[in-house]
Write a protein that binds this ligand. Sequence first.
Ligand code: CIZ
Length: 315
Amino acid sequence: MATMITTADTVELQGRVRELKKLKNAVILAHNYQVPELQDVADFVGDSLGLSFKAKETDADVILFCGVHFMAETAKIVNPSKTVILPDLDAGCSLADSCDAKGLAKWKEAHPDVYIVAYINCTAAVKALVDIICTSGNAVKVVNSIPPDKKILFVPDQNLGQWVTAQTGRQMILWPGACSTHVLFTHKAIFRLRQEHPDAEIVAHPECLPAVRMMADEVCSTEKMMSYCQNSPAPEFIIVTEAGMLHRLRKEVPGKVFIPGPTDSCHCNECSFMKKNTLEKAVAALENLSPEITLDEDVRKRALVPIERMLALGR
Ligand code: CIZ
């Protein structure tokens, strides 16, 4: 049976994280989808793009990355002299799993002239094979930066790829990958919820299926959701992305109501990989400086090239 964590335990564990952070000269980076207790002890909470910049810029000795494996790998790629630790090494990603480096290498061999854009949700080995990386926050900008005569393959998220094509008019070959959490949101469940909240705007992530994206008032990355909800006059929002996002919205956009996007079987949709990280595991990771992210240096150097191309385009 799982151990029950009380508020007092949480406060104590958060105090221990803060102590260890000082002792180890660590910076804590947390993704918008992490559990609230981890977001609240982080030095920076954000999306992959913001977290990549923070990882690159930090002068701390240790990066405790509260996110999933490919995000911690990205931190190691851009700042290799740091010790990068992830609370739970099993915090994976269904999108990263949907495109393996062997399969992509084979595809590339058969199509040597195609320019490959990879969503940051992929392994270091895949990043090492591609021309440029994008996040959901800058995918449109990245694709618009590619010379018009180039044929493009977009990996691994076909839903984000379709959305980028709709925004840019750029036809792309799409790798058949998808996020197992975002594809669970349905038109039917959201439509029903909207009827109960007629004043609510629907804000959806581009990893959602087309039927969900089509009904949204806004489709954007998690970081853009912050500014969109801040600036919109609407009093209520149905947030169609991983439910961890609601913590930051409620904290930083007070006075508005945020409702998690539903699936057919659940009123709130969480990514089990993102939720593998806990405060206890963060304490243990800082105490032991483990589990540590390590990378083959040749793969790291090759993976850095497409990330740097993306970072050069700015925030
Ligand atoms: O880019 C990211 O961090 C992800 C996974 C989602 C988003 O839109 O921020």
